[in-house]
Design a protein around this ligand. Structure first.
Ligand SMILES: O=C(O)c1ccc[n+]([C@@H]2O[C@H](COP(=O)([O-])O)[C@@H](O)[C@H]2O)c1
Ligand SMILES: Cc1cc2nc[nH]c2cc1C
Length: 363
């Protein structure tokens, strides 16, 4: 069986979150001593975690950020001001807890798993998990970035990482990346999947001059016209204008659905990967949580199709998975409140006064 056939078989095994557990969690939320709905999104988070785990006492630790690292051949077109070498350098630095994401994760005690799915440059770092599929993609400005087989292998690799996380007792996943040029591939994938104009989904990534920004948009427009990716086939889109990082991230999101793990989306690249997973298997949507609103234009279109709203508006656009350690604390808060709060009965508060306002628009 080839990777795509193996993948297709796994997709049939992904089921939506447990409706019964969510219904029970909603009833339980209603018994807690607070004005109905007053914990806002924290109530919805708790209910969804119950649906994902099938229990009213979902686990929220340990948390693991899986960081998919790869290079993108399209950097040859001058679409990024940042040199390619930064991909390998930052991947190594992540294992030393000294990048934006990894410093926060280390502080909070979250696990960081750095995975090479396609770093082009040489480095020495035994802590990086080697799942290299090829040393960077081809230049999508001239030819398809990957073969369909390479793409399916990358997605499969991501699914396997989620499976391993589940086997190792991880309770929550975060999905990050490191890959110079990947705001170009992400914009191209998003434009291809949604049909939105390149202008509307392309930002300046890690920083870009006006001339470079214009070139970036032209490269994407030309690539879409050259390769004509099929918007109804996320694997086709990923293989022609995506990247190994995006494809493997998509696989981690799919694996979260397959193995019943909540998965936190980071920024622009992460949300485009999540959208690819959702297009391949809509049931995965039940397992996804949005952390923060990336400043990169295009993020909003992708998160809206997923039917999610980011919790945090911090003006961040770092990537790496940097929204995840912050979002994990929100998930933990949602669980702590539900676990620790007294019910009306336990708090000796007669809740019959609620009959007057229950089910009415009183808030
Ligand atoms: O996640 C985001 O929202 C985000 C927005 C802008 C840049 N990035 C990071 O910057 C790198 C890609 O930027 P670029 O300009 O080389 O395409 C990549 O390694 C990402 O982690 C990430
Ligand atoms: C230093 C540096 C760190 C990054 N992390 C994600 N993208 C990055 C780009 C640069 C340049």
């Amino acid at each position: 069986m080839n990777y795509e056939e193996m993948l297709r078989r796994e997709l049939t095994l992904i089921t939506p979150a447990d409706e019964g557990a969510m219904a029970r969690a909603a009833v339980y939320q209603g018994t807690l001593a607070k004005p109905p709905g007053s914990l806002g999104e924290l109530e919805n988070i708790y209910i969804r975690l119950c649906g994902i785990t099938g229990t009213l006492c979902p686990g929220y630790t340990p948390c693991r950020i899986i960081v998919l690292c790869a290079d993108n051949g399209v950097v040859k077109e001058g679409v990024s001001v940042t040199p390619r070498s930064v991909t390998a350098a930052q991947a190594v630095n992540m294992t030393r807890h000294c990048t934006g994401m990894s410093a926060m994760a280390h502080h909070f005690g979250d696990q960081v798993q750095v995975v090479d799915v396609g770093i082009a440059d040489e480095y020495h770092c035994p802590e990086i998990v080697n799942r290299k599929i090829r040393p960077g993609t081809r230049n999508l400005g001239r030819e398809p970035a990957m073969t369909r087989q390479e793409t399916a292998q990358a997605v499969w690799t991501g699914m396997e990482l989620a499976r391993r996380a589940k086997a190792e007792g991880v309770a929550v996943l975060g999905v990050g990346e490191m890959g110079i040029g990947n705001t170009t591939t992400s914009a191209a994938v998003l434009a291809a999947l949604t049909g939105l104009p390149v202008e509307a989904v392309t930002g300046r990534g890690g920083g870009m001059t006006d001339a470079g920004f214009l070139r970036k948009k032209q490269v994407i427009t030309r690539a879409l016209a050259l390769h004509r990716p099929d918007k109804n086939d996320a694997l086709d889109v990923l293989s022609k204008v995506g990247g190994l990082d995006l494809a493997a991230m998509c696989g981690v999101f799919l694996g979260a659905g397959r193995y019943g793990l909540p998965a936190v989306i980071d920024g622009f690249i992460s949300v485009v990967a999540a959208l690819c997973a959702y297009r391949l298997c809509p049931a995965v949507g039940d397992y996804l949580f949005a952390s923060h609103l990336s400043r990169e234009v295009g993020y909003t279109a992708a998160i809206e199709e997923l039917g999610l709203a980011p919790w945090l508006h911090l003006g961040m656009r770092l990537g790496e998975g940097s929204g995840c350690p912050i979002a994990f604390r929100v998930l933990e808060a949602a669980c702590a409140a539900a676990r620790g709060m007294a019910t009306f009965e336990g708090a000796a508060i007669d809740d019959s006064y609620l009959n007057e306002i229950r089910g009415k628009d009183c808030f």
